[in-house]
Design a protein around this ligand. Structure first.
Ligand SMILES: [Zn+2]
Length: 262
């Protein structure tokens, strides 16, 4: 619900998020806080290790756009892809199928599985749970990550600013797209890399704790080929970033706000 500021009034105002990623919201010293009415947008650019830390490899910088829509009851995580090198042997139909694999299959597989419970003691009611929706879009500028597309078959991957996909990735019901999409927002593999016999992945949480799992796992999309299961820990980065945004001056500016994956 949009709140229209009254000219000259001293009461709280609600300013919609501005296009281009700038944020605006009720000032921290508002007399009455605006509750469950604002939308905040943030371009997140962080080193992946602030959310997930693997003993198997070095994390790299991660970029995405997060929208926290308190009135619309959702958090949207959008990763923007841009085609980089598409090999000549890849047909237009194959390229289109891979793009659909990311924008449709992968994005919907990650959406609607878990929510973010927001607690804001300044509000009545103090609690609201937001759905988490993922968007994978292809852009021609302002991308978060570049995409190379090879004919395949081959091993697809995500590294520093670059995702490598293969036209043959369409053969397994979208598993590769769903797995690789997870890497674009900072998740690590939960299977052993060749030669490894020990290892772990640590997932940080918004409340300051860390959940560490021992490798290898065998029951989820980041561990096992063909397994589409998504674990709550894969979404902890959303609670961290949503809480950081809502507590900050670019959000509601209230330090008592907490966010938790549910
Ligand atoms: Zn992987």
């Amino acid at each position: 619900m949009a709140v229209t500021p009254t000219p000259g009034a001293l009461g709280p105002t609600s300013t919609p998020a501005q296009a281009g990623g700038a944020n605006a919201g009720a000032p921290a010293n508002a007399v009455t806080p605006c509750c469950w009415c604002d939308t905040f947008v943030k371009k997140v650019s962080e080193h992946g290790s602030i959310w997930v830390l693997s003993t198997q490899h070095t994390n790299f910088p991660i970029k995405f756009t997060m929208t926290v829509d308190l009135a619309g009851n959702e958090v949207v995580i959008e990763v923007k892809f841009k085609w980089n090198t598409v090999y000549a042997a890849v047909t237009a139909a194959q390229k289109a199928a891979v793009q659909t694999g990311m924008t449709s299959i992968a994005a919907s597989a990650w959406s609607g599985k878990y929510g973010v419970k927001v607690v804001d003691p300044a509000c009545t009611p103090p609690t609201k749970t937001l759905a988490i929706r993922f968007v994978a879009s292809f852009v021609t500028s302002g991308e978060d990550i570049l995409v190379d597309l090879l004919p395949g078959p081959g091993t697809s991957s995500v590294g520093l600013g670059l995702m490598t996909l293969h036209a043959t990735d369409t053969v397994d019901a979208g598993y590769v797209f769903i797995h690789e999409f997870g890497h674009t927002f900072g998740l690590d593999d939960e299977y052993f890399y060749p030669g490894n016999t020990t290892g772990s992945v640590a997932y940080k949480r918004a409340n300051g704790t860390t959940t560490t799992i021992t490798l290898p796992q065998n029951d989820n999309v980041m561990s096992t080929y063909g397994d589409m299961n998504l674990k709550p820990r894969f979404f902890y980065f959303v609670e961290i970033e949503a809480q950081k945004l809502l507590r900050s001056g670019a959000g509601l500016g209230r330090a008592a706000i907490t966010c938790e994956i549910v």
